[in-house]
Design a protein around this ligand. Structure first.
Ligand code: SF4
Length: 172
């Protein structure tokens, strides 16, 4: 069985790979589809960190083009943005999985304490039915793994989340 894992940062990739799973994968690949991430330098820093943590692992890295237009065409306004953003990234991952012979897709978003895991799973299950590919969640997600030695971001990824972080910082 083959698993395609959507990922947006190295920290969550490691947590995902360390998580307990009842399945044995013949092949795993990480799909770095993140048109939400701004600016490009941030997108590249996160990509470099993922490349570093995957260096000695038998996990292929797939890097689609970075196209912020795809994010803004779907998200349009700040309000309700996260649901649309998850839908976009998970939808593209499910499509790629289906086209390329992966029976399962997943996302490192399910390992992040900053994301709404329940909502992400609802969206992913709906997409799985639509795209005819299964959604996988590790049995026990390894959320508290301590990681170091690579770049870590301080905001979720989009311009709105960057602005929120700066607002919080300068409020103090
Ligand atoms: S806050 Fe994160 S999940 Fe929400 S829209 Fe921005 S990048 Fe996407």
């Amino acid at each position: 069985m083959k698993l395609l894992i959507h990922a947006c940062c190295a920290d969550c990739v490691l947590k995902f790979l360390e998580s307990k799973s009842e399945k044995k994968w013949e092949e795993m690949a990480v799909y770095y589809y993140n048109p939400n991430i701004q600016p490009r330098s941030e997108y590249l820093s996160r990509l470099k960190a993922i490349q570093k943590v995957l260096e000695n692992k038998e996990v292929k890295l797939i890097i689609p083009d970075w196209s912020p237009r795809e994010y803004f065409e779907v998200v349009k306004t700040e309000k309700g943005r996260c649901v649309k953003c998850w839908n976009l990234r998970l939808g593209k991952t499910a499509e790629y999985a289906k086209k390329n012979g992966f029976e399962y897709f997943s996302s490192t978003l399910v390992t992040s304490q900053y994301q709404n895991r329940k909502m992400i799973e609802v969206i992913a299950d709906k997409l799985a039915a639509e795209k005819e590919v299964k959604f996988f969640v590790p049995k026990k997600v390894c959320c508290d793994l301590k990681t170091a030695g690579f770049y870590k971001q301080f905001y979720c990824g989009c311009v709105y989340s960057l602005r929120e972080r700066f607002e919080e910082k300068y409020k103090k």
